[in-house]
Design a protein around this ligand. Structure first.
Ligand code: H53
Length: 834
């Protein structure tokens, strides 16, 4: 046991409660100190990589001090905290974000200038923390950012994957995956906490407690250790610093001394190697569930360590366990962390000796659940035999949760066997499966969707019976949002400076309602010109980026038409590239004079396909094959360019998004739960071409339908179309047929390669309704082009859109969660008097 100090040293206390000096001289001192003492550099051996590391460590010193203060303060006042449990945190870079939050960008720029570097180059040395796939993971990162900025006591909990989202290379037009070894160089943004380590058990057997019906002893000698790494989350314009606690796995029988002594050096650490595999890699699936056993073990390691940690913190308050829901709210980010529910039950019953009813009451008052998808292939289900083998105790608890739930329903709706079958947490398939969405729902006091339409749909579909049983009030909507810090202030400095000028200061970054004031500037010719100049500069920045990443030269004066997101059939990148093919065909029919009259366009794609998702990968190949032909066609020149930017990431998005004229969000109606990049594009003055789906709808409501180009069938029509197409041939219009014909005539290389993509439409029932929406999609493109020709109107649309986007700040989402789900309040540390 470590000893505690024998007295309270006032100097130590004063230091830890006062800010480290922020002047340039002190900062320079600390950067130089880190260069020398942390990284062994001399003026002769310094390079940009180490200049970045030393600067980052110096910023981190300042953050960790505030981090300490924040947590000490929240402990001291006994604040209720929210714990955001997510298997994914797509953080991206932290350095620039931290500089802006601390208001130290200029100071570090000066210091780095002194040493002979330019801040922008140093920022580019940082690797993304890509611990997520797409929207869901990035949302989690925006949410912890908002919690910190709005002073809510909240922590994220996640996994520290050794390899994050794979890096995408394009070879011969195909996606090739390379490992993301992001931890190969030191990571300044994590703080290892070997003292915060918990054992996590797997397999084994159960021994019933002879004195209690529900209590068991779970015995197993397969035990892993989960060790915490803390990632500070800088709050902008506040001293509060948030935290993401990430777990890394190791065995707790670290070293087999017997093996070591008998000369088996390799075997002595063998357990360690096996254990690491649990947190080695992020599963690269977005919106699909591939049911791998290793993933289940990852999920459990995460849930068990997190629940143990939350309870350890709670126990320090010496309050009775019945008060856990008064000090902790736990949000389940999708079903991935749902094992937290049976894990909390297990600890409360088996370890703490509570009765089933007491434990269940505490559990359901603590958990809330966010659903992010209704795609059937994304629904998490685990085979009962697999769960039973790996987590026998939890399987038993899940059976009991189900039993008591069904008994209650049976009382409420006597004799309705079909209902019981439909809502059972255990699906009666062969083998039986545990439906994680139902478990999450039953174990939570609130369930929400992520955009208005999505929340309505889940009430009418997967949770329909649960609404009837548990009441309307449990099922609510919390429309997603994005962080204005990263997605405006950081990624779009010129536009942000303009907004700051209009508002009078930069306070809009933490209170987005202030951007409304932009509407007053609509008639100001000078302002409009500067607004457009900012956009133009962002387009030039992207043109440069495209040149370095792809070698393709594009004109920054063309219309930038962008679709960047995960490659997925429901997101319909295929429909986009078919329309590009059709446009190419039209251009080829024209005379040079006619082509001159066209609006030049650069169609930009980026996004990763899950490594096992063949169709998505084939779509990437088609895009690249079309790009190759179109871009090298001298007749076409700058009138049409097609670009696939490799390795889409948060950092790439920060360059791409501010440069859009049009961005596409064209999922089949009813399939995209919300979408969040749609918000980012509009917040950067881009216009949406989209379907009546997800958050597109609410964006249209806020900014006005003149500011958005909608097309396609409506969610309530989808069912009928799909039904029709199951029994009838699709009827592609002449435009779509033209695109098919061109592919089939080998215009873009071997047609055989792409025939399966056409077959999915013509023979596979056209599940995502490309043939249905294509005509209106082409019409919408024409409308975009006409609108773009009228530059003045376009600029008006751009300014008006940004002005009316306040709703889509993640600060608004977090405030709603705080008030309606978590019941927590802001606790600013500033002047806390510690
Ligand atoms: O979550 C986003 C939504 C988006 C939805 C996405 C998502 C994933 O990225 C992964 C799994 C999943 O179930 C859902 O597709 O529509 O905007 C954040 O809510």
């Amino acid at each position: 046991q470590p000893k505690t100090p024998s007295k309270d040293d006032s100097e130590f206390r004063d230091y830890s409660h006062s800010e480290i000096s922020r002047d340039v001289a002190t900062i320079k001192n600390s950067v130089v100190m880190h260069l020398t003492a942390t990284f062994l550099r001399t003026p002769a051996s310094i390079d940009s990589a180490h200049a970045y590391l030393a600067s980052a460590f110096s910023v981190r010193d300042r953050l960790l001090q505030r981090w300490n203060l924040t947590n000490e303060y929240h402990d001291k006042i006994g604040a209720k905290r929210v714990y955001y449990m997510s298997l994914e945190f797509l953080i991206g870079r932290t350095f620039d974000n931290a500089l802006l939050a601390l208001g130290l960008r200029q100071e570090y720029s000066k210091v780095l200038g002194d040493v002979g570097f330019c801040l922008e180059d140093i920022i580019d040395e940082e690797r993304d923390a890509a611990l997520g796939n797409g929207g869901l993971g990035r949302l989690a990162a925006c949410y912890v950012d908002s919690m910190a900025c709005s002073n809510y006591p909240g922590w994220g909990y996640g996994l520290r994957y050794k390899y994050g989202m794979f890096q995408q290379q394009i070879l011969n037009g195909y996606q090739v995956e390379a490992p993301d070894c992001w931890l190969d160089s030191p990571n300044p943004w994590e703080f290892p906490r070997p003292d915060v380590t918990y054992p996590v058990k797997f397999y084994g057997h159960l021994v019933r407690d002879p004195h209690s019906e529900h209590r068991f002893k779970w015995e197993s000698n397969v035990v892993y250790d989960a060790m915490a790494f803390d990632v500070p989350v800088p709050g902008y314009g506040t001293t509060n610093v948030g935290n993401i606690r990430l777990w890394s796995c190791k065995t707790n029988t670290l070293f087999d001394l017997n093996k070591f002594n008998s000369g088996d050096y390799q075997g002595a650490t063998g357990g360690q190697v096996a254990a690491q595999i649990l947190t080695d890699v992020l599963y690269p699936n977005d919106n699909t569930n591939d049911g791998k056993e290793l993933r289940l073990r990852q999920e459990y390691l995460f849930c068990s360590a997190t629940m143990q940690d939350i309870l350890a913190r709670f126990r320090k308050t010496n309050r009775p366990l019945s008060e856990l829901p008064d000090l902790a709210a736990i949000q389940l980010n999708d079903t991935h962390p749902t094992l937290g529910v049976p894990e909390l039950m297990r600890i409360l019953i088996d370890d703490e000796g509570l009765s089933w009813d007491e434990a269940w009451d505490i559990t359901t008052r603590t958990f809330a659940f966010t659903n992010h998808t209704i795609l059937p292939e994304a629904m998490e289900k685990w085979p009962v035999p697999m769960l039973d083998k790996i987590l026998p105790r939890h399987m038993g608890i899940i059976y009991d949760i189900n039993l008591f739930f069904l008994q209650k329903v049976e009382k409420q709706f006597p004799g309705d066997r079909e209902l019981l079958n439909k809502i059972s947490i255990i699906e009666e398939s062969n083998p039986q499966q545990v439906r994680m969405a139902f478990l999450a729902c039953v174990g939570s006091h609130k369930v929400n969707g992520v955009a208005a339409i999505h929340s309505d749909i889940i009430k009418q579909t997967i949770f329909k019976d649960f609404v009837r049983i548990q009441g309307e009030d449990k099922f609510i909507n919390k429309t997603n949002g994005v962080s204005p810090r990263r997605w405006m202030n950081e990624c779009n400095p010129d536009m942000s400076d303009l907004i700051t000028e209009v508002v009078g200061d930069r306070s809009w970054v933490n209170d987005l309602t202030k951007v409304k004031q932009l509407e007053g500037k609509l008639e100001d010719v000078n302002f409009r010109e500067r607004w457009w100049a900012a956009k133009q500069k962002n387009k030039e920045r992207l043109a440069e980026y495209i040149l370095t990443t792809t070698g393709i030269k594009v004109s920054a004066h063309a219309l930038f038409d962008i679709q960047v997101k995960r490659i997925h059939e429901y997101k319909r990148q295929l429909m986009n590239i078919f329309s590009v093919i059709y446009r190419y065909h039209l251009l080829k029919q024209m005379s040079p004079e006619q082509r001159e009259q066209e609006v030049p366009r650069v169609v930009i794609f980026a996004g990763k396909a899950a490594s096992g998702y063949w169709v998505a990968k084939q779509v990437i190949k088609l895009i690249n094959s079309v790009a190759e032909v179109v871009n090298s066609d001298e007749e076409i020149g700058d009138v049409l360019k097609v670009v696939f930017i490799p390795d889409y990431s948060v950092t790439a998005a920060e360059v791409i998004i501010p440069a859009s004229d049009i961005s596409q969000h064209i999922s089949t109606a009813g399939t995209e739960a919300s979408g969040t990049s749609n918000m980012k594009f509009v917040l950067n003055g881009g216009i949406i071409l989209g379907t009546v789906d997800g958050a597109n709808i609410e964006i249209g409501e806020e900014i006005g339908e003149e500011q958005i180009f909608f097309f396609g069938c409506l969610a309530h029509e989808v069912e009928d179309f799909r039904h029709y197409l199951r029994f009838n041939q699709p009827k592609p219009d002449s435009a779509l047929q033209t695109a098919f014909d061109m592919i089939q005539r080998n215009t873009f290389g071997d047609a055989q390669l792409f025939q399966p993509l056409i077959d999915a439409i013509m023979r596979g029932g056209d599940v995502y309704l490309l043939s249905v929406d294509f005509p209106s999609y082409i019409e919408a493109h024409k409308a975009v082009e006409e609108a773009y020709r009228n530059h003045d109107e376009w600029v008006t649309k751009s300014i008006l859109s940004v002005a009316r986007m306040a709703k889509f700040s993640s600060d608004r989402s977090i405030q709603e969660y705080a008030e309606e789900v978590w019941n927590i309040e802001p606790q600013p540390v500033l002047n806390c008097g510690l």
